[in-house]
Design a protein around this ligand. Structure first.
Ligand SMILES: C[S@@+](CC[C@H](N)C(=O)[O-])C[C@H]1O[C@@H](n2cnc3c(N)ncnc32)[C@H](O)[C@@H]1O
Length: 164
């Protein structure tokens, strides 16, 4: 659905829930000293400004991450990634899942991200260039996932990153 703009909803309760679970999974998978593949079918732009008019308008981030960020223990992988992103990008910066993956994965891991919306894809490219790189696909995410499977390395995680 390309009329959808995640900036209106970034940081809401559902976003925090899925990101906290994703961070935990990626932290768990990286305990083994073996490279992995991370495949995300609906990436979004990766980095959101929660002081932007769109985010302020709905108030969803204020009610979500605004209330919950400090409830995660300081050693929870989601909190660690959020703290790093705030240090690097400022207090209103909010990590989407691609940036969380970039913070939690290692240089030996492969990140594959699909985003179909041209504007979001452009913004994602800028975010990931700054974050250390990823393989980006401007195509349907499910087609991308099918076309690269089995990935190299074979183990890892696939994430839709959206509510289907
Ligand atoms: C919920 S947002 C992404 C949020 C992001 N995964 C996160 O958690 O930070 C969903 C995104 O999927 C994109 N999208 C919609 N249909 C798509 C498709 N078939 N393939 C790839 N991206 C798609 C939209 O443009 C939108 O940016």
């Amino acid at each position: 659905m390309l009329s959808y703009q995640h900036i209106y909803h970034a940081g809401n309760l559902a976003d925090v829930h899925k990101h906290a679970a994703l961070a935990w999974v990626l932290d768990y998978l990286t305990r083994k000293n073996k490279p992995l593949s991370y495949i995300e079918t609906h990436a979004g732009r990766g980095l959101y400004d929660l002081s932007a008019a769109e985010a302020v308008k709905t108030g969803e981030a204020k009610a979500g991450i605004g209330r919950l960020a400090r409830t995660f223990a300081s050693d929870h992988p989601y909190r660690r990634a959020l703290d790093k992103v705030a240090q690097k990008y400022g207090p209103n910066a909010y990590a989407g899942s691609p940036l969380l993956a970039a913070e939690l994965l290692r240089p030996m891991d492969n990140i594959h991200l699909a985003e179909l919306h041209p504007q979001e894809h452009g913004a994602l490219k800028a975010t990931m260039q700054k974050a250390g790189g990823a393989q980006l696909y401007h195509q349907d995410g499910f087609e991308m996932a099918q076309s690269i499977c089995p990935p190299e390395p074979r183990s890892g995680a696939a994430y839709t990153g959206t509510l289907l």
